[in-house]
Design a protein around this ligand. Structure first.
Ligand code: PMP
Length: 329
């Protein structure tokens, strides 16, 4: 018999798949690492397991304890499915702009969700940060993972994502491309690939226009990547160079990935693929570019994949009206 003891055991070992139509003009091989194959549908499952294991080892989390974290999405799901297996209570603090499907998913996993107003500054007592700090202080046995400062995040990618890419490309990867949110993915994976290859792998950070990592701070819509501060989990020395990508290009590519590659992924995946194709442009047939696609597209059906939302946000030109060949009357 071949089976897992529980769902959390199935985190990691996600597949690589070649990009075909969207990469047709490049001579290099472009391989996408599909993180939605994780049981919680994102790369964040990897850090959740390591963060919880480290907290147990360090005595920060004991049987019957409660995990309190401000999160609106993928990290919450990852924490929920690991926490649930181990009998912890979960309280997630969510800004109200994320109301809807993502909150419903967290509740479906058995988490308690505390909604906070988006329109107050971080220092306000009702803000997402203040409320989660207060709950972490007041709930007995509470543990706050703090994904932007927890070293178990980059370590998870150093110990799993990096070795998987090296193994599955039989050591022939030449470029690694990933978006940067907490920086855990690129820091851990990039560091491993640089070390194991003796510096032969080039590490490219995909970054939204408007993120601090590659230029001026501004507004952008792609979720989960870019920041307006430098988190402790990000080691910028791992990145050889950045590709800065605007929302328009990111969303256009996200929709193409679904329609042309059968990959229903989130906006940060489209952004990363744009950066990977720019990277591959000048490369030859011996080059192997691996690009990490962080999450599934189901969380974006009412946004990037919704034509009305796209039109309302200035992307009407990216909405392709199907031609049914049936007259309109
Ligand atoms: N894409 C999405 C959708 C994410 O949720 C995240 C995590 N914030 C990232 C990309 C970036 O990953 P990391 O935090 O490891 O830099």
């Amino acid at each position: 018999m071949r089976y897992a003891e529980n769902i959390a055991e199935l985190v990691g070992n996600t597949p690589l798949v070649r990009l075909n139509r969207v990469a047709s003009s490049t001579r290099a091989t472009v391989l996408a690492k599909i993180e939605y194959f994780n049981p919680g549908s994102s790369a964040k499952d990897r850090i959740a397991a390591r963060i919880i294991e480290a907290a147990e080892r360090d005595g920060l989390l004991r049987p019957g304890g409660t995990i309190v974290e401000p999160t609106s999405g993928n990290t919450g799901v990852g924490l929920a499915l690991v926490a649930q297996q181990r009998g912890y209570r979960m309280v997630f603090v969510v800004p109200d702009k994320f109301a809807g499907e993502k909150v419903a998913v967290l509740k479906a996993y058995g988490a308690e969700v505390v909604m906070t107003p988006t329109s107050v500054p971080p220092e306000h007592p009702d803000s997402y940060y203040s409320v989660s700090d207060r709950l972490a202080r007041e709930i007995p046995g509470a543990f706050k993972p703090n994904q932007f400062a927890n070293a178990a995040g980059p370590r998870a990618h150093y110990e799993t994502t990096g070795p998987e890419i090296w193994r599955d490309t039989a050591g022939s990867v030449t470029h690694f491309v990933a978006g940067v949110g907490t920086g855990g993915t690129i820091t851990g994976t990039g560091r491993y690939l640089r070390e194991v290859s003796g510096g032969a792998v080039t590490i490219v950070g995909a970054d939204p226009e408007g993120s601090i990592y590659s230029g001026e701070i501004g507004r952008y819509l792609v979720e989960g990547v870019g920041e307006d501060f430098w988190p402790e989990t990000f080691d910028p020395s791992v990145v050889d160079r950045y590709e800065r990508v605007g929302d328009r290009e990111s969303f256009a590519m996200t929709r193409r990935l679904a329609r042309e590659e059968g990959l229903l992924v989130g906006g940060s995946s489209g952004m990363a693929v744009v950066a990977a194709l720019r990277t591959a442009r000048d490369l030859g047939p011996d080059d192997v570019v691996v690009v990490l696609l962080p999450d599934h597209g189901r969380g974006y059906l009412s946004k990037i994949y919704d034509d009305d939302w796209m039109r309302a946000h200035g992307f009407a030109d990216l909405v392709v009206e199907p031609d049914h060949g049936i007259p309109d009357h």
